[in-house]
Design a protein. Structure first.
Length: 369
């Protein structure tokens, strides 16, 4: 994989730091009141898959929607979690993937992950994977981090995002206290890898994953962990051939960022979403998939909102929920389209740095949502 010269990484960092947010952010609504989007992936050139949750007869139930983020027009799909011998009580669907990024899923098919509870499974959360058609005629799988691997009895397993052969998420132990950690599950190999960013006490989470090209063995994972005594977001590379991690690079905002909620690959790096001390926040990190530059932050603020979260991201569109004084305690899912840097700014930057070129990450697929 190509490594950017340090001068080029610095130039891109300066470019985005100076120019990002030069125009107004465009806000919109999607889904209906009290439905929450937790994950997104482009489905085709004009539509995305949103996953999340809604309330059905007082219980939380997983949600799947396909449609346009620009118009808000789309269709709901009923994917009822169905595993033999289990009486499902609640479910929540997280980050999906589509056949556009993984042709092995089959044309038009999706994969999603999430968490659920069932009467026969005790009080904890169990992870889940669904692979197949939007009609729901696919295969469901329960995920539980093996207690033997975790060196303790696992209380909860929550899968947050999937791409390629991998799913990432969090687990914790019945011992309570600071016992949370992140995992990688390799779907093709049916194998588990646990994070070791300073041990369980650092409360490491893994919320988003991006495969650096169709069929690539290189993935970038984001989440959060305590680093130097502060909760920070991180980016880290994971290679499925060597089964090895790169070095984690940490980012903070003010007194800290608990974790990055999502990641999407764009030309020249990654767009990220996080909840900071200033609320929902959009970030850009220049990268070649192996090294990571300086982050640039853009604060999001739906007009009139009194509460906002940052949940997921596709291309340059951030997604979360918000409420206003008039709507509390009801929530609405928002979209926030963050302007990308202007052509003029790119030309200025290229003229100011010898040998600088606008670089497109190998295998990147920047799609219109």
């Amino acid at each position: 994989m190509k490594i950017l010269p340090s001068a080029a990484v610095t130039a891109i960092s300066l470019l985005f730091g100076l120019d990002y947010g030069h125009a107004d952010i465009i806000y919109g609504n999607v889904l209906t009141t009290n439905q929450s989007a937790a994950g997104v992936r482009a489905y085709d050139a004009n539509s995305v898959i949103l996953t999340g949750s809604r309330q059905v007869s007082g219980a939380t139930q997983g949600l799947v929607w396909k449609g346009s983020l620009q118009t808000g027009v789309g269709q709901y799909y009923t994917l009822n979690l169905d595993i033999d011998g289990q009486t499902v009580t609640t479910s929540l669907y997280y980050g999906p993937n589509t056949s556009r990024y993984d042709p092995s899923l089959g044309a038009g098919n999706i994969r999603l992950v999430g968490s659920y509870k069932y009467l026969e499974g005790g009080s904890g959360n169990h992870g889940l994977i669904y692979s197949g058609e939007l009609t729901g005629a696919g295969a469901w799988q329960e995920l539980n981090v093996p207690s033997m691997l975790a060196s303790g009895t696992v209380a909860n397993t929550i899968a947050h995002s999937t791409m390629g052969d991998l799913a990432v998420g969090n687990y914790d132990l019945t011992t309570g206290g600071a016992s949370s950690n992140a995992f990688i599950y390799n779907i093709a190999e049916d194998s588990w890898t646990l994070f070791n960013l300073g041990g369980m006490a650092n409360m490491t989470s893994a919320y988003g994953i991006w495969q650096n090209g169709i069929g690539s063995d290189s993935y970038t994972i984001v989440g959060g962990s305590q680093h130097e005594g502060i909760n920070k977001g991180y980016l880290i590379n994971y290679n499925t051939t060597s089964h090895s991690f790169g070095d984690a690079v940490y980012y903070d905002y003010g007194i800290g960022v608990t974790h990055f909620e999502g990641i999407t690959g764009v030309d020249g790096g990654y767009n990220l979403i996080a909840t900071t001390e200033d609320g929902a926040t959009f970030g850009f990190v220049p990268s070649d998939g192996d090294t990571y530059g300086t982050i640039t932050w853009t604060v999001l603020n739906v007009p009139g909102s009194t509460l906002m979260t940052a949940n997921t991201i596709v291309d340059n569109i951030a997604i979360g929920v918000y409420s206003t004084a008039a709507t509390e305690p009801d929530i609405q899912t928002y979209t926030a389209t963050v302007p990308e840097p202007s052509v003029n700014a790119l030309l200025v930057a290229s003229a100011g740095v010898a040998g600088f070129v606008v670089w497109r990450r190998r295998g990147s697929q920047k799609l219109s949502a």
